[in-house]
Design a protein around this ligand. Structure first.
Ligand code: AMP
Ligand code: MG
Length: 422
């Protein structure tokens, strides 16, 4: 597609995703694997559980012995030993015998059920070795026994490549003897703020200058997406400075994000620089805020030029970059969840682009999801985004102007991870 043509959001996302791939595999410790995508199947080195064991404290018995036990004719068995967790009962339970057993202890040979203490009568003894105990009901085969290999057999795949390791998964892998996990490397992402007016937040103000806030927000977005952000030096609006910065960053980073200098002003250089140093794939996307979204490759490194206006940059990241950084980490490339909600109040739509409104989503008293767009939708603001929990989407076109109160519209949730079922 001609990079100077306007792309739909979907075309733009396809374009970006088609130029990134999962990064190489690195090995991390089990605890560091939580939340990461497993890159190779992980195999259990043992059966789980490794042996039949008691699921309750009680008495290990032979089911056949208790077949005729009832309230009227209880069966008594001789306690021939005790087996706490971590020990093994030497020998086999014979007919008429029981072994006192604790939760987690291996079930003695010969036994095929564990009867919990609570329904066993001690017949005046203490229920320990040498005493007799009585049962007034039969036991079912394997009652209160966790069977060897119940969860997984030795050599089976515990967690498959592509799965995300949860906290429970960390526990499962520990039980399977997996102490290190191959995962796709996190992308190192260079963030380059462009603009001769920009100051770091620590510098004193100079006339005509503003603070660079974008690179901070983008660094936070990258970190939240699992990437490793690096805020590089502010680059003034000079073509050769920008070219140098991008060329250097392309050597050391997996992905480059710039903000500012993205439109057609006299001092906007991201497009010519990417075109000059590499390949330019995209410059315009049918979205608002932020139609000036630039994407290309320099020396094999994807370069994304976001607009300078904070909300435009932020929306660009959410809609077009986040999924790419996730794909590089091996996540299956689904976007953040969308929900349908009722628009509160009429909303003018004179601009035919797809509009992303910063908005707050909540349920009304009837439990219906409602979305209230922030009053001020200026693309220069961060604070409205900070208070928003979604981007409410008004589709392309102006057939509906205004979009009436109560219309069901899609909302992109900003505070919910990909894959969450709502
Ligand atoms: P530009 O895309 O360079 O035309 O910038 C659009 C607007 O965003 C201008 O008002 C810039 O001053 C502002 N801007 C650009 N970069 C940043 C930044 N890093 N932090 C905050 N505002 C910025
Ligand atoms: Mg600028």
């Amino acid at each position: 597609m001609n990079p100077n043509e306007m792309m739909s959001v979907e075309e733009a996302l396809d374009c970006v995703l088609s130029h990134v791939a999962p990064l190489e595999v690195e090995t991390v410790s089990l605890l560091d694997a939580v939340g990461r995508v497993v890159a190779e199947d992980l195999i259990s080195d043992c059966d789980i559980t490794p042996f039949d064991h008691a699921a309750m404290d009680g008495f290990a018995v032979r089911v056949a012995d208790l077949a005729n036990a009832s309230e009227d004719s209880p069966v008594s068995l001789q306690v021939v030993g005790e087996v706490p967790a971590g020990s093994v009962f030497n020998g086999e339970i014979g007919f008429g015998e029981a072994v006192r057993i604790m939760t987690g202890a291996p079930v003695p040979d010969g036994a095929d059920a564990v009867v919990k203490y609570e329904i066993v009568d001690y017949l005046g003894g203490d229920g320990r070795q040498g005493s007799a105990v009585s049962f007034s009901q039969p036991a079912a085969p394997f009652e209160n026994i966790r069977a060897k290999g119940e969860e997984i057999a030795q050599g089976e795949v515990a967690i498959h490549a592509g799965e995300v390791v949860s906290a429970a998964g960390v526990g499962f892998l520990a039980s399977c003897g997996v102490t290190t996990v191959p995962v796709h490397r996190r992308p190192r992402v260079a963030i380059i703020p462009i603009g001769s007016e920009l100051l770091t937040p620590k510098e004193p103000f100079r006339p005509g200058c503003i603070r660079d806030s974008n690179s901070y927000a983008m660094a936070a977005c990258v970190a939240q997406t699992g990437g490793i952000p690096a805020q590089l030096m502010i680059v003034p609006d000079k073509e050769e400075c920008l070219a140098r910065s991008i060329k250097l960053a392309a050597e050391d980073y997996d992905f480059i994000i710039t903000t500012g200098g993205a439109s057609n002003g006299d001092y906007d250089f991201i497009k010519p620089v990417v075109e000059d140093l590499g390949e330019l794939y995209m410059t315009l996307v049918n979205m608002r805020p932020g139609k000036a979204q630039t994407f290309g490759m320099v020396d094999g490194t994807p370069v994304f030029g976001l607009p300078g206006n904070p909300a435009a940059a932020y929306c660009g990241f959410e809609v077009l970059i986040r999924q790419a950084l996730r794909k590089m980490q091996g996540y299956s490339s689904v976007g953040r969840p969308l929900v349908k909600a009722r628009l509160v109040g009429d909303r003018k739509k004179r601009d035919p682009r797809r509009i992303y409104l910063r908005a707050s989503l909540s349920r009304n008293e009837e439990g219906v999801l409602c979305v209230v767009p922030a009053k001020n939708q200026s693309s220069g603001l961060f604070s409205t985004l900070h208070r928003a929990n979604c981007l409410a989407i008004l589709p392309e076109g102006t057939d509906q102007n205004p979009v009436p109160d109560g219309t069901l519209i899609d909302c992109l949730l900003l505070d919910v991870e990909e894959g969450t079922v709502l």
